[in-house]
Write a protein that binds this ligand. Structure first.
Ligand code: 2P0
Length: 328
């Protein structure tokens, strides 16, 4: 194995889950409690350069031009240890990462971040992993990163150990016209991280077992909807799945929610649009921003409707994006 003698650059897009991951079976290996399914988004991505250098005595992590403190870079350095173990090397690395997400959109995600880091660091360390193994490696950084290795519609197979928990593509270049309208309702950092929130749900929500059985059924339904290009089935099931996930936060002890007043307003506006005959469905992750799944032909009209309420800059239209790319 030969480590690269120049920085390796990887680009990975973020993704939005239609069937959510919310809870781990194994907190170290990040083995989830259920299968999940997402769309990779073209507008939002992370680009990361990594070089392992014999001259370095410690890992150096630069994020959007700022050198991170030891505390802030802990997850990245822990991840680099996995790569060093895998490659059998001991060198420290220089990591330079940039998020390409519209200013303060609050959509930056550990998904694109750890996927890009997995791609750049593994190749810089001399490993030449296939995409399945890259998704397993990305998983050790963050669960949602597992899916960002692939483009279009992607599934993350739950599995039961490190070897069997990985992502695979369902439809990398969808031939039907799907779009996601992202509403930036706040760019504020969330109070309860996904990691803490999902652990609370597993440990305290009396609804957790119902979530697992419902989400496994949703996974099958959304897969069928993709195969049949059945937009309404895809949208309806995704919206139901999102609300089932958020019911876990409401039923955790202590209870909490990622909704704010604007999230609820936006969800009601989506329902109004449906009553007007425009098929569109909402989903939300571990924060107040709402994403609207729609057909490409309706995207601009839907975006305008929300721009009137929330402002032009707060509404972004995005489409299915590609999987990871890594320089030589
Ligand atoms: C998902 N989310 O499926 C779900 C839906 C947010 C809501 O995966 O602890 O940052 O690093 O594995 O992946 C966000 O959680 O959590 C997430 P870790 P992650 O996209």
């Amino acid at each position: 194995m030969v480590i690269a003698n120049h920085p390796i650059i990887a680009k990975a897009h973020t993704n939005i889950a239609l069937v959510k991951y919310w809870g781990k079976l194994d907190n170290q290996l990040i083995i989830p409690q259920n299968d999940s399914l997402s769309i990779t988004l073209d507008e939002f991505y992370t680009q990361t350069a990594v070089e392992f250098l014999p001259s370095l005595t410690a890992d150096e992590v630069i994020f959007d031009g700022q050198v991170l403190s030891d505390q802030a870079s802990l997850r990245v350095r822990t991840f680099l240890n996995h790569v060093r173990d895998l490659a059998g090397i001991d060198y420290r690395a220089k990591v330079d990462t940039k998020n390409f997400v519209p200013t303060a959109a609050g959509l930056a995600s550990s998904a694109s971040g750890f996927a890009a880091l997995a791609g750049a660091a593994s190749r810089a360390a001399g490993l030449n992993l296939n995409r399945r193994d890259l998704s397993r490696l990305a998983r050790l950084g963050s669960g949602s990163a597992t899916r960002s290795i692939f483009g279009g519609f992607v599934a993350w197979q739950q599995g039961h150990d490190d070897a069997t928990s990985f992502a695979y593509p369902i439809d990398e270049q969808p031939t039907w016209d799907i779009a996601v309208v992202a509403l930036v309702l706040t760019a504020k950092q969330k109070k309860i991280s996904s990691r803490v929130g999902m652990r609370l749900a597993v440990e305290t929500s009396p609804f957790y077992s119902a979530w697992i059985s419902a989400s496994q059924a949703d996974f099958k339904t959304v897969k069928t909807a993709i195969q049949n290009q059945d937009f309404e089935l895809l949208g309806h099931t995704s919206e139901q799945n999102a609300m089932r996930m958020h019911a876990l936060t409401l039923s955790s002890d202590p209870n909490f929610t990622y909704f704010n007043a604007d999230s609820i307003k936006a969800m009601n506006m989506v329902k109004d649009l449906r009553l007007q005959g425009i098929p569109c469905y909402f989903t939300m992750d571990a924060g107040p921003n709402v994403k609207i799944i729609c057909q490409g032909a309706d995207a601009e009209r839907i975006a305008q409707y929300f721009q009137t309420e929330f402002g032009e800059e707060q509404v972004l239209v995005t489409r299915p994006g590609s999987g990871i790319s890594i320089s030589d």
